[in-house]
Design a protein around this ligand. Structure first.
Ligand code: HEM
Length: 165
C-alpha cells in the first residue's frame, strides 16, 4: 500500500473518531445525563469524559493536519503552491482555502471551549457558590461544542467536494 493510501486512511479515521466522539457526546452522553437529573453524577462523569476526549481530539486534529498536508502533496500541491495566488484561485485551491478557514475557526472555538469556558464551568460548578454563573458557563460550553460539531460537518462536506474534481 502506498504512503498516499495510508495517509488518506489515517485522515479518514481521524475525522471519523473526532466527529463520532463529538456526536456521541452531544447526542448520547449529555442528553442521557440531563434526563437522569443527577447533577453530581453528571459532574463526576462529564468532567473526566470531557478531559479525556479533549486530549484525544487534539491528537486527532494534529493527525488531520499532518495527513491532510501529505494528501495534498500527493494531489500535486507543492510547497510553493501555498504561496501561489493562482493555486488558490483554482477549484481545488479555493475549496482547500475554505476548508482551511473553517478548520482554523474551529481550532479557535476548540481553544475557547477546551481551555477557558469548559474548565471555568467545572470550577464554578464545583465551588457551588454561584449556581447561576455555573449554568451560564455550562450553556456556553454546550453551545461552543455544538458549533464545533457543525463546523466539523461542514469541513467534511467541503472535503467530499475537494476529493471529487
Ligand atoms: C490542515 C488541514 C487539512 C488538510 C490540508 C486537508 C486536506 C485534504 C485533502 C487534500 C484531501 C483529499 C484526499 C484525497 O486525495 O482523496 C482530504 C480529504 C478528506 N478530508 Fe481533509 N484536510 C484537512 C483537515 C481535515 C479535517 C479537520 C477534516 C474533518 C473534519 C477532514 C476531513 C476529510 C475527509 C472526510 C476527507 C475524504 C473526502 C472524500 O474522500 O470524500 N480534513 N483532506
Amino acid at each position: 500500500m502506498s504512503l498516499y493510501l495510508v495517509s488518506v486512511w489515517l485522515h479518514l479515521l481521524a475525522a471519523i473518531a473526532w466527529i463520532g466522539g463529538m456526536l456521541f457526546m452531544s447526542l448520547v452522553l449529555i442528553p442521557v445525563m440531563r434526563q437522569r437529573g443527577d447533577s453530581q453524577l453528571a459532574a463526576s462523569l462529564i468532567g473526566p469524559v470531557g478531559r479525556r476526549f479533549r486530549s484525544m481530539s487534539w491528537l486527532l486534529l494534529a493527525v488531520l493536519v499532518l495527513t491532510g498536508l501529505v494528501n495534498a502533496s500527493y494531489r500535486g500541491v507543492a510547497l510553493s503552491s501555498y504561496v501561489d495566488p493562482q493555486f488558490w484561485a483554482g477549484r481545488f485551491g479555493s475549496l482547500l482555502a475554505v476548508k482551511l478557514l473553517v478548520f482554523v475557526a474551529m481550532l479557535g472555538l476548540s481553544v475557547a471551549h477546551d481551555f477557558f469556558i469548559g474548565p471555568r464551568a467545572r470550577t464554578v460548578a464545583a465551588g457551588e457558590s454561584n449556581p447561576s454563573e455555573a449554568e451560564v458557563y455550562r450553556r456556553w460550553a454546550t453551545r461552543l461544542g455544538r458549533l464545533n460539531l457543525a463546523l466539523g460537518l461542514i469541513i467534511v462536506a467541503i472535503a467530499v467536494a475537494l476529493a471529487r474534481p
